[in-house]
Design a binder for this molecule. Structure first.
Ligand code: PLP
Length: 394
């Protein structure tokens, strides 16, 4: 491994001032609320607090704002307003799509097909259905995390209720071939849902082009507020209600609307999508810079995930490294990244995604996930790389 001071003398890394900075590089976990979204939300947290379902004039503005947000979001993904249902988060959207479809077909169709690299909101919904008698097929993925269309085709049976495969993976950033996967499901007359939580606001998403029947999204992944999401459900598709109660959301998802957050989500989504091209090229530039800087370090590492991936996602595994330790040392230097394993005080559980793509044993523990965002700068990359090198040097 080349020492940090030698890298500096070779002009690869320019930062000589290693004063502690605060760098957020965990945008796949959550994002900061957009300033524009926050100011659009404010009136609905203050004077416009009426319940959209009420009949008096104080309800008019909130009701109109919810309708406008629904229309905006629908247009941004090529849907119709009446196909957008507000939920409390991506997790709820996934639960509703999966359990709602399963319950709709109870006694008729027993099979659900998913992939083994889904988020736990999908995996644990499927596990729940297994407990009550459904049969779940967890499709394998290749070394880059891609679901094979042929393997889906072979898993589809007459009694399949739903296929649910994510659009983009939260750990390794791989984008799935949803267009071809949904086509195969439809050839067998099976509904197709995609978890697009990591994709919306980061890559162009159009429900018609993807050919999906249902799609889940979450605002806090694209600079919207936390605790709000939506489910796109194609017109004519009927699934069981998940939240029972009043008649909100076209009688299909009960609960008084979170007006301010709905407004904030629509504004943030519009803002992010309007700058998606500039953001993508900036993030691609930063990722290339990271790769260039780390390449000359002499460290032994591998990258995880496919080339077709979410912009700004770097999943890197250092040979014989300890991702948890690296994460904590980076934190001490003011850098927020994520790791490839979920640990508790007693055990370190390896990520199901890294296991599924078969990251070699001597690399897998040394995995960190860096997810860059619009506010990251070139000097952040230099600081991150220098910090990684100086930690691993020791
Ligand atoms: N699906 C994916 C792919 C995610 O990355 C996440 C959050 O990390 C979720 C679902 C859950 O979204 P939420 O945090 O809004 O419940």
């Amino acid at each position: 491994m080349i020492k940090l001071k030698n890298l500096r003398s070779r002009g690869v890394i320019f930062l000589t001032n290693m004063k502690k900075k605060h760098i957020y590089a965990d945008h796949a976990a959550t994002t900061a609320l957009s300033i524009i979204a926050r100011s659009a939300m404010t009136p609905f947290l203050e004077q416009e607090y009426g319940n959209p379902s009420s009949l008096y004039s104080l309800a008019r503005e909130p009701r109109n704002a919810v309708a406008k947000a629904r229309k905006t979001i629908a247009e941004l993904i090529g849907a119709k307003a009446e196909e957008i249902f507000f939920t409390s988060c991506g997790t709820e959207s996934n639960n509703w799509a999966i359990k709602g479809t399963a319950f709709q077909y109870i006694g008729q169709h027993k099979r659900i097909i998913t992939s083994c690299i889904e988020h736990h909101a999908v995996l644990n919904s499927c596990k729940f259905l297994e407990k009550i008698g459904f049969e779940v097929v967890y499709l394998p993925v290749d070394h880059e995390g891609r679901v094979n269309v042929q393997s889906l085709s072979e898993a589809l049976t007459d009694n399949t209720a739903l296929v649910t495969i994510m659009l983009a993976n939260n750990e390794i950033g791989t984008i799935e071939n949803i267009k071809d996967l949904s086509k195969v499901a439809h050839e067998h007359s099976v509904l197709f849902h995609t978890d697009a939580v990591q994709a919306i606001g980061h890559i162009p998403v159009n429900v018609e082009e993807l050919g999906v029947d249902m799609l889940s999204a979450s605002a806090h992944k694209f600079a919207g507020p936390k605790g709000i999401g939506f489910l796109y459900k194609k017109a004519g598709i009927e699934i069981e209600q998940f939240m029972s109660g009043g008649g909100q959301e076209m009688q299909q998802r009960a609960g008084t609307e979170n007006v301010a957050s709905i407004v904030g989500m629509a504004v943030a989504m519009e803002e992010r999508i309007s700058i998606i091209e500039e953001t993508t090229s900036q993030l691609n530039y930063l990722v290339e810079k990271f790769k260039k800087c780390i390449k000359v370090s002499g460290l032994d590492y591998i990258y995880n995930g496919a080339d077709n991936r979410i912009p700004g996602n770097i999943s890197i595994s250092f040979k014989d490294g300890e991702g948890e330790i690296l994460l904590h040392r980076l934190d001490l230097k003011g850098i927020a990244v994520s790791t490839g394993s979920a640990c508790n005080s007693k055990s370190v559980e390896l990520s199901h995604v890294l296991r599924a793509i078969a990251v070699p044993d001597n690399y897998v523990n040394g995995t960190i996930r860096i997810t860059l965002g619009v506010d990251n700068k070139a000097e952040d990359i230099e600081y991150i790389v220098q910090s990684i090198i100086s930690i691993l040097e020791k």
